[in-house]
Ligand binder design. Structure first.
Ligand SMILES: *[C@@H]1O[C@H](CO)[C@@H](O)[C@H](O)[C@H]1NC(C)=O
Ligand SMILES: *[C@@H]1O[C@H](CO)[C@@H](O)[C@H](O)[C@H]1NC(C)=O
Ligand SMILES: *[C@@H]1O[C@H](CO)[C@@H](O)[C@H](O)[C@H]1NC(C)=O
Length: 316
């Protein structure tokens, strides 16, 4: 009995004291990779065996083991079929595994399990998600109800993105500043279906006098744009909420809108920039600034009159 106790005590010491134990196991997996030929994902696992020998390292996708490294065996690497991808043996070892040519059905949780050698075979496991991305084929398409506006108008803008896996998020920008975003709806169960994305934005142009405008507008200050940042979580793929943004236009009366489709940090593509301008810029203010718009208008009228006159002249 005493001997058993002593053995047990020794065993406890070994575990607690960190002899032959396994510490600091951590997994490093890219959050997202592109699918297809020539693309790959490097999964790494780091650990500290504190002097003990490595018995094995095993990699799983969900429940399925796809790679095993056992230093005592010859060869030490063993690969199990991973439908829709393959393991690059030359770049896989006791610390990492490289998977090449993945398809989106291999999205999911990846796990790394490390076992120390005898006598304790201390084992630990870590998991991290990876999404294999099929990006949209084309750039997002932006449609705007009108390109010329007047004060107090409401502009309607639509952004549509082709099918992709997973469905992209859509970000709206005005003069390069992010003003609103639609977060794509994600199914909780993984069906690996490609989905399109759509976002609707309503921009209300405020009537503001020049004095206030100069105080609120600054090209360099993102705070000018942040007043109506909104977020839209889609509950049903057919029903879309409308994002709303209210702004005082810049002194030039002109600004540019675009939408950007993003998938994690590996895909971002912008629509064309659409320039919108004010119909008839305000006449010169009391202080005499911004008279250019007024002058241009006069020039246009003058040219028109001249053209009419010359036309009348030639027909006579
Ligand atoms: C390993 O973990 C210990 C605590 O368990 C910590 O003090 C040490 O800094 C870690 N080492 C590394 C390399 O992360
Ligand atoms: C935006 O999409 C909505 C819903 O499909 C449609 O009713 C509206 O006409 C579209 N607006 C523009 C500017 O294309
Ligand atoms: C969309 O944005 C949300 C919130 O920032 C983020 O959690 C999610 O991962 C993004 N989805 C994609 C596909 O990038």
């Amino acid at each position: 009995m005493k001997r058993i106790c002593r053995l047990f005590f020794l065993f406890q010491c070994l575990l607690d004291g960190g002899v032959w134990s396994l510490r600091n196991l951590s997994i490093s997996v890219p959050r997202a990779v592109l699918s297809g030929e020539g693309q790959s994902a490097l999964l790494r696992c780091s650990y500290d065996l504190e002097g003990a020998a490595l018995y094995s390292i095993r990699w799983y996708r969900a429940e399925d083991e796809f790679y095993r490294y056992v230093p005592r065996e010859m060869p030490p690497s063993m690969v199990f079929p991973l439908p829709g991808a393959s393991v690059d043996l030359a770049q896989s070892d006791h610390q990492q595994v490289r998977i090449v040519n993945m398809n989106r059905r291999l999205s999911g949780d990846y796990q790394c399990e490390v076992s120390a050698d005898a006598p304790l075979f201390h084992t630990d496991i870590r998991s991290a998600p990876l999404t294999v991305v099929d990006p949209p084929f084309r750039a997002p398409r932006l449609q705007i109800s009108r390109l010329i506006y007047e004060r107090n108008d409401v502009l309607h803008a639509n952004c549509s993105v082709d099918e992709a896996y997973p469905a992209p998020n859509i970000t709206w920008t005005i003069d390069g500043h992010k003003i609103a975003e639609t977060i794509s709806w994600q199914t909780s169960e993984q069906d690996f279906k490609e989905r399109s994305a759509f976002s609707q934005l309503e921009i209300t142009i405020l009537e503001t006098d020049h004095y206030k405008l100069e105080h609120t507008y600054s090209q360099d200050s993102p705070s000018y744009y942040k007043n109506h940042f909104s977020r839209n979580i889609e509950t049903d793929s057919t029903k879309h909420e409308v994002l709303r943004f209210t702004m005082t236009p810049p002194p030039s009366g002109q600004f540019a809108i675009s939408c950007v489709a993003t998938i994690y940090d590996i895909y971002a593509r912008s629509s064309d920039l659409v320039h919108v301008k004010e119909d008839s810029p305000r006449p010169a203010s009391v202080t005499g600034e911004d008279s250019s718009g007024f002058k241009t208008l006069c020039d246009v009228v003058l040219t028109f009159v001249c053209a009419c006159a010359s036309l009348a002249h030639t027909t006579l």
